[in-house]
Design a protein around this ligand. Sequence first.
Ligand code: FES
Length: 128
Amino acid sequence: MLTRRALITRGGAAGAGAVFLWAATPADADSSAAGPVLAKTKSIKVGGGKIVKGKYVITRPSAKTFRCFSAKCTHQGCTVASVSGGTINCPCHGSKYNIRTGAVVHGPATRGLPRKKIKVSKGVIRLA
Ligand code: FES
């Protein structure tokens, strides 16, 4: 007869086995798997960009090039508000960042926007 402790212990071991099997499924090993969808490529004009969920800014420096950065201004943490004229623009104190590199083009910010990895496939941009 199994004791309550034995059931919990064996159940825990079975649970760990299940996690292992889940982790080893072919779908998870697929290198094309990516994170959540951020935007469709056609929604971003060449030279422009889009703020996504107040957390990311996706830019399109050229027709086939997309970039993603943190949307949190490195000056005092406001969320950048627009992408225009080749820059990502913060409304709080006027910092501007390059849409290709995220580097500061105009202060008061002194550090560029951190870049985020993305995957672009079949017209969809996802976090990598
Ligand atoms: S918080 Fe963005 S410029 Fe100050």
